[in-house]
Design a protein around this ligand. Structure first.
Ligand SMILES: NC(=O)c1ccc[n+]([C@@H]2O[C@H](COP(=O)([O-])OP(=O)(O)OC[C@H]3O[C@@H](n4cnc5c(N)ncnc54)[C@H](OP(=O)(O)O)[C@@H]3O)[C@@H](O)[C@H]2O)c1
Length: 247
């Protein structure tokens, strides 16, 4: 029986580490062709080599999601190599937490550029192909912080609320094209994400909070669950946390 993953062409942004990397591994093991985008091309390439070495299909394309043209090039590479794009996973993101009063304006701008504009550019790159195909699946990555706000992560939470709003609007707009949409909101998953915190005292708090983090594969399984439903079933939202996470 088909798992509805085998043979699909899946583009993943932020595939050089963490949740994106774990998802590439799981989907490749289940027979998807994966097209990997991120800035650290050495890491992307060694992942692609590993997956192809195990009999999978994978390509690595250097991509900075803050540049719309580069995200278009990533999707175009998928279509050129495999003839179509079935799933776009807008996963690249960062979380340099700090209270607003520390005025980390450069970090606010980076979060807006990567977490919001990067997702929009992913939609812009994938949508025309999916409209033409009359099929596709766009998966955006929000967070528990897309549902809850707390001191110290107001800007990150704002970007992740924006991802949920965009995903809901997209869901309603793409019905005529037979496109599925899913927004996934993880809690603490063990990845490199805490490294993006630049303030030493906040970094220490985040490291402590991440002691209960669950493996990145928990996210990959959520992606596989949404993808593997029959085509007429559209799983729109998934929110999950470590069992021990309070927030
Ligand atoms: N881990 C968690 O607990 C958690 C919880 C909720 C939500 N999330 C979300 O999950 C997503 C993945 O994060 P992660 O936890 O896997 O963190 P991670 O290990 O730090 O991975 C982040 C990925 O994003 C990529 N990235 C960052 N800036 C980029 C840019 N300008 N262009 C292209 N790629 C860029 C990084 O690749 P390069 O540096 O090579 O470009 C990396 O592959 C993020 O959207 C994050 O907000 C994570």
């Amino acid at each position: 029986m088909s798992n509805n993953i085998e043979g699909k062409v899946v583009v993943i942004t932020g595939a050089s580490s963490g949740l994106g990397e774990a998802t590439a591994r799981l989907l490749s093991a289940q027979g998807a062709s994966v097209v990997l985008g991120a800035r650290r091309v050495d890491r992307l390439q060694s992942l692609a080599d590993e997956l192809t070495g195990s009999g999978g299909k994978a390509i690595a394309i250097t991509t900075d999601v803050t540049h719309c043209e580069q995200v278009k090039r990533l999707v175009a590479a998928a279509v050129q190599a495999y003839g179509r794009i079935d799933v776009m996973i807008n996963n690249a993101g960062l979380m340099p937490q700090a209270p607003l009063e520390r005025l980390k304006i450069d970090e606010w701008n980076r979060m807006i550029d990567v977490n919001i504009k990067g997702v929009l550019y992913g939609i812009a790159a994938a949508l025309p192909h999916m409209q033409q195909q009359k099929s596709g699946h766009i998966i955006n990555v929000s967070s528990v912080a897309g549902h809850k706000v707390g001191p110290g992560f107001a800007v990150y939470a704002a970007t992740k609320h924006a991802v949920r709003a965009l995903s809901e609007g997209l869901r309603q707009e793409v019905k005529p094209y037979n496109i599925r949409t899913t927004v996934i909101s993880p809690g603490a998953d063990a990845t490199e994400r805490p490294n993006s915190v630049s303030e030493p005292d906040i970094a220490e708090k985040v490291r402590k909070a991440y002691e209960i983090a669950i493996p990145a594969e928990s996210f990959a399984r959520a992606v596989a669950f949404a993808m593997s439903q029959p085509e007429e079933v559209d799983v729109n939202e998934i929110l999950f946390r470590p069992t021990r996470q309070e927030l």
